[in-house]
Design a protein around this ligand. Sequence first.
Ligand code: EPU
Length: 423
Amino acid sequence: MDKLVVHGGATLRGAINISGSKNASLPILAATLLTEGECIIRRVPDVSDTNYMVQILSALGSDVERSSGTVRISCADISDEAPYELVRRMRASICVMGPLLARKRRAVVSLPGGCVIGDRPVDLHLRGLEALGAKVEFEGGNIILTAPDGLRGAEIDLRGTHGPTVLGTDNVMMAATLAEGITVIESAAAEPEVLDLANFLNAMGAKIQGAGTRRIVIEGVKELKGVEHTVIPDRIEAGTFMAAAALAGEEVRLRRICREHMKAITEAIVKSGHRIDFNEAGDECVIHRNPETTGCDIVTAPYPGYPTDMQAQMTALLATTPGISVIKDTIFPQRFMHCSELKRMGADIKVDGGTAIVRGVAQLSAAPVMASDLRASAALVLAALKAKGSTEISRLYHIDRGYEHIDEKLLMLGANVERVKDR
Ligand code: EPU
């Protein structure tokens, strides 16, 4: 198991390219199951989550070739049962359910287990697929969906107690592309990753309107064809490096980003006192760190609100920002595991029922810390960049799930980090 050792105190400078979006790549890779034709997907980040998805597609019978950021997939002859051994490693594997059901009229996918960031049910996914005419059964830890006569369009409201569901919207949208008639998804997730998936599906021949808004209308078609697609930039990776630059940088430039997708993240960092200048095209920015900053309040919300996937990293930034900041996660109220580790580094944070109250301290200090999930580990890396001394972050596999070559990118910016093999 790898560890990351971060020797704090270096100033980050220079430029890096942001990778393609992990959370757009995963459902897009799954959507290739909807066609017999060959698809070529570009800018798929080389992270373990996309590798798991590629392995699941291979295990289902697809022919997959991967070289650097490009994945070539041909799903000519596939099975309808996703193997438990692979599915259990990644919750996002649930998004093969909609495509398998639509293409094979049967899908067997294991029920996702617990998750450190909170209880993550799939009731809304199943409610949507049931409304399209699927029969849902559970057996031996698996979800078995069947629709022997095919799926039929329906009106579906996908709102849950914590708002819309991203992968639930993806699953229902993918299944509806091959259903008979019209499907209307109300209270759909409007995240840019859902829109990227819809753009990919429309290029394949689907008829989807309204993706990127709360109401998506899908007119079913008989079949979809293979196409080429380039995945959108990863707004969370970009946000993480923005926060790193605000914490420990001096004129850090991020390339291959999308300004439009980053409004809430940019606003929060600017509100805490830093300056971010975008180029005219909105695909590059420079972060100017301001040493005279102030705390700010953040409430996570579905897009275009402030993303829960940037909550931990912002908590790390605010931990050394003077003043009191209040951070509330309305989407995953239990997603505060990083706070106990940040406190071991000297942060002053009180977590109470989905809210963290952060009192900025002048200096954090190094300590051995443990990553608990993907974004929590990113928060620990950020805190360590600024801390006094050398911080050892164990369970680095969490960060490798979603950040492409993070240690190399940090080295390029002048950080003093080393990946070491744990004994
Ligand atoms: N929910 C339900 N029932 C469902 C589905 C979701 O109650 O059937 C609840 C969840 O428990 C949560 C809320 O609805 O409270 C939103 O969850 P959502 O379904 O949107 O999450 P997801 O689609 O499983 C994606 C991202 C997550 C990100 C969330 C929220 C991917 C692969 N994953 O998950 O990303 O946190 O949306 O934006 O796109 C990450 O990248 O670190 C990550 C966890």
